[in-house]
Ligand binder design. Structure first.
Ligand code: XUL
Ligand code: CO
Length: 439
């Protein structure tokens, strides 16, 4: 079923297996195939992002648009927005995926007044609802863009301007209503302008307090309207601001706990945001997971040769496999998913390129899932980790874990023993060799 004609030259993308050399086929992603008792589709829950794929123009700080799509009429009108909505659903359908994600401003332009802006959003949302029904595609998450317009230049819910704060309340309220109406499974907060450029002009205490109040208001409103979706915060350390309050997973978890918001939120971990924070992607996943807060993933990658958010499509099998190990240990992403928050390069100008980009991203995670499942089934790596911690499975270690000790009793133990048992080798190189043997 097709809503427009724009992709008629592209075949439906289907699984053909690793031997296939068809660039318009999946070599690893076989949606219905069961891995560790669950379909690949259920493990991976891929989503297409509206902003890069359908609003990205290829513009960068040094040059203008390079990506000219045949359906665009050059305007940011509501009519264009409605027409574009049909193209988006066709694209997702071609890929055989089930989810999409969007910001309010990706899908509908601002009007002259707040009332008109809200009206524009609802006009497009109605089209989404119709298209969701026709295609079976669902909304993975909604969010509000509170970073692009100049009014947000000094912050959104951490702005010094109380009117802008009220403006943001409207944005989040409307997008929560829209997300509810579309059956969205999550709602994301990414605080692009929630941070500072200089501490000389910034009252951090007040700003963090306003941020916490804002998130409480969102939680209260969701409850009031019966929104059952999962709230997610997407950490990122910097860019566009010098320092962002949602710096990394651990910082966000600490903030949420301090503000008594942790029961209402999980994290949306993005690969390139992790690397910008100086962490491996899997570090962020694991910090979220062990705190019971791994909710969803923005799947992309950076370029290790530079330090900004390049938002490239994922293609590193090893990095994705390590990530999938964490996701499998999390028993999947629940109502979250893998959202391709990624864009084709500005010189990848053919319409086909965004098929290749998504096919590549989909296949690399599918392959990673297959390998990670094998690593888990073999149990070799996990067994080696268990061995490394074996001193905690008996004797004094076991008693500490059970809460049976204090400083005095532990001192008594070690005084009696005379000295600590020698360390066993950490065997990092062997761990690395074993991991490598799966590729
Ligand atoms: C920015 C980023 C955002 C969020 C949604 O780096 O990742 O697109 O995912 O606002
Ligand atoms: Co993102």
């Amino acid at each position: 079923m097709s809503l427009t004609d724009y992709f008629k030259t592209i075949p439906d993308i289907a699984y053909e297996g690793p031997e296939s050399d068809n660039p318009f086929a999946y070599k690893y992603y076989n949606p219905a195939e069961k891995i560790l008792g669950k379909s690949m589709e259920a493990w991976l829950r891929y989503a297409v992002c509206y902003w890069h794929t359908f609003r990205g123009t290829g513009a960068d700080p040094f040059g203008g648009a390079t990506l000219c799509r045949p359906w665009e009429d050059g305007t940011d009108s509501v009519d264009m927005a409605v027409k574009r909505a049909d193209v988006v659903f066709d694209f997702i359908n071609k890929l055989g995926l089930k989810f999409y994600c969007f910001h309010d401003r990706d899908v509908a332009p601002e009007g002259d007044t707040v009332t008109q802006t809200n009206k524009n959003l609802w006009t497009v949302a109605k089209r989404f609802k119709k298209n969701q029904k026709a295609t079976g595609i669902d909304l993975l998450w909604g969010t509000a863009n509170m970073f692009s317009h100049p009014r947000f230049a000094q912050g959104a819910s951490t702005t010094p301007n109380a009117d802008v704060y009220a403006y943001c309340a409207n944005s989040v309220k409307e997008m929560l209503d829209v997300t509810l109406e579309l059956g969205g499974q999550n709602y994301v907060f990414w605080g692009g302008r929630e941070g500072y450029m200089s501490l000389l002009n910034t009252d951090i205490g007040r700003e963090l307090d306003h941020l916490a109040k804002f998130l409480h208001m969102a939680v209260d409103y969701a409850k009031k309207i019966g929104f059952k979706g999962q709230f997610l915060i997407e950490p990122k350390p910097c860019e566009p601001t010098k320092h962002q309050y949602d710096f990394d997973a651990q910082t966000v978890i600490g903030f949420l706990r301090g503000a008594k918001l942790h029961k209402h939120f999980k994290l949306n971990i993005e690969t390139n945001h992790a690397t910008l924070a100086g962490h491996e992607f899997v570090h962020e996943l694991e910090v979220a997971r062990v705190n019971g807060m791994l909710g969803s993933v923005d799947a992309n990658r950076g370029d290790l040769m530079n330090g900004w958010d390049t938002d490239q499509f994922p293609n590193d099998v090893k990095e994705c496999t390590h990530a999938m190990l964490s996701i499998i240990k999390n028993k999947g992403l629940g109502q979250g998913g893998l959202n391709f928050d990624a864009k084709v390069r500005r010189d990848s100008t053919d319409m086909e390129d965004f098929f290749h980009a998504h096919i590549g991203g989909i296949d690399v995670y599918a392959r990673a899932l297959r390998i990670a499942a094998k690593v888990i089934e073999d149990g070799k790596l996990d067994g080696m980790v268990t061995d490394r911690y074996s001193s905690w499975d008996a004797g004094v270690g076991k008693d500490v874990e059970k809460g049976k000790h204090d400083l005095v009793s532990l001192q008594k133990y070690i005084l009696k023993k005379g000295t600590a048992a020698p360390n066993q080798s950490g065997k990092q190189e062997l761990f690395e060799n074993v991991f490598n043997s799966y590729f």
